[in-house]
Design a protein around this ligand. Sequence first.
Ligand SMILES: [Fe+2]
Ligand SMILES: [Fe+2]
Length: 373
Amino acid sequence: MSHIKKYIIKEATRKRCQIIPVSQEILKEFRSISLELYHLMYEADAIDFCVYIRISDEIVKFIKPNELSKELLAQVWNAIQKPNSDVEVCVRNRDIPRFQRLIDRIRKQKINALLEKDPSLDPQALHVFADLSSASQMIVRGGINENLARKVTAAASYMVSNLMNNDVAMGTLSRMIYIDPTLYDHSASVAMFSVIMATRQLEKKLSQKDAVVLAQCGLYHDTGKSCVPSCILNKPSSFTPSEYKVMQTHTILGHKELMAAIEVGAPIDPLVARVAVEHHERFNGHGYPYGRRGRAEHDSNNGIHLYTRIVSIADAYSALLMKRVYKPALEPQEAIRLMSKNAEKDFDAEIFRTFVTGCEKSLHKVTVQRKAS
Ligand SMILES: [Fe+2]
Ligand SMILES: [Fe+2]
């Protein structure tokens, strides 16, 4: 792991804020917040909870409800962005529902603003996406239990029943990620792209019931990332080889966490855990963690499951659309073009072909509507 440069808390901050020394017990009372969600807080007019930052072995009560200001938010943002600083933003467990309500409200406002700006986008697809993002963030925060699994299943079912007949959803979601990246939620978009692919584009279309399981595969595929240290997960530049190795463990860790939750009664199909461990496998066997190859229908021991082959296309497409410090955001057509270069090695050719055709058709419909409006 890279060398960690301890972030120094300024004296003025020490005087202004309550500082809590970190212990295993104290840490259990907090949940860390992803960079994407933290960024949405810039749109908040008021908060009804405190924002904490953990800096190495101390937790600082940094923003109280009556102190919310863009300046303080920016100070935290700059601290997290410093490479290897070992800083993360946290909220107390008991405040998570308040935080979630705030984020849901901001997301809805942003979606309404986006629909006004670009009326060619499909409102239904965007509202379903907002609902799904809420479920996806519960998973990212870690700690899967029966209650969470029920909420995730409800969001997955809602998405499937609302999108199975929507032929502009894929184009709308692709455009949304490009136009307003702050609305992006990785697992929600992977779930949505996977379900649209499987229910509208594949020759042998999935039933509604199977599509709900596939949606859950998309939502839970990166579950293991909640076990990866945040200094690696939130790193604003590309990984060193050893950091990349740690990152790769999210496949096995996700599988372990999902199986443990299933064992204690969480209503999750075991297939979801399989997709979590397999989603970085590649069709020609050069993926990880096991180097599985081809179709499980042909080789039940070493082949890759159909749902994983769908999710891995959605995963790659969704990641390419998003801007990262080390790469620009790509226009949907450009992302498809880039994926096509290695498609034979990476993906199931049949599924990839139907994905490209379906995605292009959907994008075309959205573009035509845009021109007409
Ligand atoms: Fe992943
Ligand atoms: Fe992913």
